[in-house]
Design a protein around this ligand. Structure first.
Ligand SMILES: [Mn+2]
Length: 423
């Protein structure tokens, strides 16, 4: 992203932004809010981009590539660099092994550094068979009934940690597809025990300053049972492993109408929330753009996170988008998703938690609802824009992406048929 081009783009939108910011500032002036501090907090908040969300994902029925998709890790880092140069809110990439196997770690690290990009959690994959694998994961990995398969899966996780150490990652995310599709297929407690023992081995290999993030999911790809179906199971596993093991909440990994904000609050309370995968959904793990379906739920989740950060001093959380792109340009979708995350975060920062506490003490149900909705209904976008401007980003990242024809440029660079690694 050329700085002069960006400056002239911003200049065109500056007057409009100032009017909007002025209006919001006046609106909030009656409240005792330190807007400078708030803007700084919004600006500091960064959301990692997963390497697999930079290309089109498709569905199990078809995939419609968009062209110019990143092929190598370098391409992917460049794409995240582009997103970050526009929104100044995505300063990390989360790699997936073996879809992205680093060959020259130093070279990759220096490219990332030049774009102000860090390496967030590394992700292992034992849900697919790889050509070099001796054993198949068809019937499970860390929970497999055959010890040799479990060992292969454990070793894979250790290799992923090794890559992560060389790149400067500080966390390993494990999501298991292990489970069953038919009653009677497995013994539930034996599968659980084998999973725990495998995780123990991986955990003991984990560097002392690393976290292990255990992701859960109620169904898919297995449809009768999953070895780690819910936050309770993830919590029990992480509790048995030790302090550095935590739960990872993926918003799409819940049954419809689950109260995710309550899960978030309890996990923070138990000091077991380690990270987040943002997306949105209507029915299942739909992987839609963050905030596109249930923005109020996203806001309520952020209220718990803000309270957790403030009251429990919980700050070491991994924030990441986990989505798949079937219809939209992946980079446009990621820009939209990050924007919605930051808007929710900003709204949650504006909740009067002291007032809420008093209303809760009085059992004033009406006020409790109003206090939350007062913040939710504020248009905080000027604050998000201002925080981005202070860091040298674009006033309107999505419009800038289109105005400067980035997709066309990427197609020219990588070809119309370039296909990103992944599913
Ligand atoms: Mn996920």
């Amino acid at each position: 992203m050329n700085k002069e081009q960006l400056n002239s783009f911003n200049k065109k939108h500056l007057d409009e932004h100032k009017i909007n910011l002025d209006y919001l500032t006046k609106n909030l002036s009656k409240k005792s809010i330190d807007l400078d501090l708030l803007t700084k907090r919004i600006g500091k908040f960064q959301i990692s981009i997963p390497s697999w969300a930079l290309g089109t994902g498709g569905t199990r029925f078809g995939r419609f590539p968009i062209g110019g998709e990143p092929i190598s890790i370098e391409d992917k880092i460049n794409d995240v660099g582009l997103i970050h140069s526009l929104n100044k809110s995505s300063n990390a990439i989360s790699l997936h092994i073996p879809w992205d196997i680093p060959r020259n770690h130093e070279k990759i690290k220096s490219l990332a550094k030049s774009l102000e990009i860090k390496f967030d959690a590394v992700n292992s994959n034992t849900f697919q068979d790889q050509p070099k694998n001796h054993f198949s994961y068809k019937h499970g990995s860390l929970s497999h009934i055959n010890k040799s398969v479990r060992e292969q899966a454990i070793n894979h996780n250790k290799e992923v940690i090794d890559h992560g150490i060389k790149l400067g990652s500080k966390a390993l995310t494990i999501w298991l597809a292990d489970g069953t599709s038919f009653p009677g297929q497995h013994n539930f407690s034996d599968s659980f025990q084998r999973t725990l023992e495998s995780l123990h081995e991986i955990y003991s290999y984990l560097p002392k300053d690393w976290k292990l993030l255990i992701e859960y999911k109620p169904y898919e790809p297995n449809f009768y049972s999953m070895v780690i179906p819910d936050w309770g199971t993830s919590y029990v596993l992480s509790d048995k492993l030790g302090n550095r093991a935590t739960s990872l909440v993926d918003l799409g990994h819940h049954l419809p109408n689950t109260n995710i904000e309550q899960i978030v609050a309890i996990l923070i309370h138990l000091k077991k929330l380690g990270g987040f995968h943002f997306n949105d959904s209507k029915y299942g793990d739909d992987d839609l753009s963050v905030g596109s379906i249930k923005p109020y739920q996203l806001f309520l989740i952020f209220c718990e996170l803000v309270k957790g950060i403030e009251e429990k001093k919980e700050s070491n959380l991994s924030w990441m988008i986990d989505a798949s792109h079937n219809l939209k340009d992946p980079l446009e979708d990621l820009l939209q998703s990050v924007e919605n995350i930051k808007i929710s975060f900003a709204k949650a920062l504006l909740v009067d938690y002291e007032k809420l506490k008093s209303a809760q003490k009085e059992n004033d149900v009406t006020s409790c609802q109003s206090i939350l909705q007062e913040a939710f209904n504020l248009d905080v976008r000027p604050l998000v824009v201002e925080s981005r401007l202070q860091h040298g980003g674009a006033i309107k990242p999505l419009e800038a992406f289109r105005k400067f024809n980035f997709r066309e440029k990427l197609i020219k660079l990588r070809g119309v048929n370039s296909k990103s690694t992944g599913l």
